[in-house]
Ligand binder design. Structure first.
Ligand code: F6P
Length: 502
């Protein structure tokens, strides 16, 4: 049904950024959106007035607005798992019953934080959070971005099953002052369960009286946490409808709420809620997540870009690329549409990135002169948060803005090695500062952009069956199942384990 709209987009004439700025003098006004102290500038992309009209027609045919409204109404928008998507309810936006349930669970989380602060668990200085994927990336990003000056607790988020990761975290922690947090939506993820057992053994071997008494579980499967040995009073549940990569707003955000303080966590939720309202009520042509999705689809589907790069010009956001990799690639890395037919066109691009200015001296050569088309995204904040000379931040920001300008302008030269083709697109997202509310709004923007992309593509962003096969095969290799392996895998097993194959 959306084929007509795609066809129009495919047939639209391609114009250069320079031509677009000349032809559309009001370009910046239309393509820069300010929302909640964040300035989204899409003007240095190839979205033209005509292309936006075509994308609006695609959005209409794809039922983007109806799907968005269905998500906020708590309808089943994840049909392969028969579930609603409840992450916006965690910040008070969604079906009233889900919002009320989430508020109740937040109250429980807050009470537990108050109890920890009041030393009901004895002295706590260290938080050891064990979880992986969506049960780690969100809290890790929040603590890294916002916790540099909080100084309340020292937190370590350990995700990898590689014992080196856990050992490194434990080395700096006092077992008698450590709170163990086990975060797993399903409470079955093997990496997290193994790390949890090892951490409990560490507490026990250090002579901690009741290791389970210092253990908290964050999960949508409380019965499994109880089975594991965690006391019901120390389980912070969240709704099954909250997807792992959308879960930092739920009890999965517990270590961040504890480390940063409840007020900060609440501000984070409020900032996200403001972005929810923007996505829900702003007209599509002035809607930041929707325009971003138009840009994403244009480069992926019309211009054939296979990747998108994100550069955080802010050390506090150095974990943002990793967070967004899961959000976008696990959500939209799909090959089948909601109609069970092949998606028929490129879905999520490969998302990659790094930190500016470091990345300029490592990978930007390819952005400026390489043969791939790579839409770049720059994220920066006007306010810095360090005590060094202003010059540091001024240089950081000018570098950030200059990269976008250089990619677009290029430079001619008689020497082909010293010529820059230009006309390379970028988006800039400039935050006034990096307070919790702004970070909440930024992360909600990315969630909704992911959703808007999925709606345009007609795919389900809320399941992740792609990761299951690898998990099943790892279990079989571990001796838990019957799968016949190829000669290469057999040889690797023999080389690593000899006769003691697992
Ligand atoms: O393997 C992928 C995944 O299922 C993610 O979607 C999820 O965030 C992660 O594993 C962890 O799952 P859980 O929170 O259930 O331990």
């Amino acid at each position: 049904m959306t084929d007509n709209a795609w066809k129009r987009l495919e047939d639209a004439p391609a114009r250069s950024l320079k031509e677009l700025f000349e032809a559309e003098p009001d370009r910046l006004d239309r393509l820069a959106i300010e929302e909640g102290g964040i300035f989204f500038d899409f003007s240095r992309t190839h979205l033209s007035r005509a292309l936006i009209e075509d994308f609006l027609a695609l959005a209409d045919q794809a039922g983007l607005a109806a799907r968005r409204d269905a998500m906020f109404a708590g309808e089943i928008v994840n049909p392969t798992e028969g579930r609603a998507a409840g992450h916006t309810a965690e910040r008070g936006q969604g079906a009233p019953e889900s919002v009320a349930a989430a508020a109740g669970l937040h109250a429980r989380m807050r009470a537990l934080i108050d109890a920890i602060e009041a030393e009901a668990f004895g002295p706590v200085r260290h938080i050891l959070h064990l979880g992986i994927g969506g049960s780690a990336l969100g809290p890790k990003l929040l603590i890294d971005a916002l916790g540099r000056r909080a100084g309340r607790y020292e937190a370590a988020i350990v995700s990898n099953v590689d014992g080196a990761a856990l050992e490194e975290a434990l080395a700096g922690f006092d077992p008698h002052a450590t709170l163990l947090v086990i975060a797993s939506k399903t409470f079955t993820t093997v990496e997290t369960m193994l790390n949890a057992r090892s951490a409990l053994r560490w507490l026990e071997e250090a002579g901690v009286d009741d290791p389970y008494g210092r253990t908290i579980a964050l999960t949508a499967a409380p019965d499994k946490a109880i089975e594991f040995g965690v006391d019901e009073t120390r389980i912070l549940p969240f709704a099954e409808t909250v997807g792992g990569r959308y879960s930092l707003w739920s009890s999965i955000g517990f270590p961040a709420a504890l480390a940063l303080g409840w007020d900060a966590f609440e501000s984070l939720l409020e900032g996200a809620a403001a972005m929810d309202r923007h996505f829900r009520f702003a007209p599509l042509e002035a809607n930041a997540p929707v325009l971003a999705a138009f840009v994403d689809r244009y480069y992926a589907n019309i211009r054939g870009a296979e990747t998108r790069a994100l550069f955080a010009y802010d050390e506090r956001l150095r974990l943002l690329p990793a967070y967004l990799q899961q959000l976008e690639m696990e959500s939209n890395g799909k090959g089948v549409g909601l109609d069970d037919a092949p998606a028929g066109r490129a879905t999520a691009p490969v998302v990659w990135g790094g930190v500016g200015t470091d990345a300029q001296h490592a990978v930007f050569q390819l952005l400026h002169q390489g043969t791939h088309l790579i839409p770049a995204e720059f994220v920066a904040a006007v306010e810095a948060e360090h005590g060094l000379a202003d010059e540091h931040h001024a240089q950081l920001l000018t570098n950030c803005f200059a990269q976008g300008a250089a990619l677009m302008a290029g430079r001619e030269s008689d020497d082909p090695h010293r010529a820059y083709p230009g006309d390379r697109p970028s988006t800039t997202i400039l935050l006034d500062g990096l307070e919790p509310a702004r970070l909440g709004a930024l992360l909600a923007f990315y969630e909704h952009r992911t959703f808007a992309n999925a709606a345009l593509l007609g795919i389900n962003p809320f399941d992740q069956f792609g990761v299951e096969l690898g998990k099943e095969m790892a279990r079989a290799l571990d001796g838990e199942g019957e799968i016949a392996f190829d000669p290469s895998t057999e040889a690797l097993l023999a080389r690593a384990f000899g006769d003691d194959e697992p």
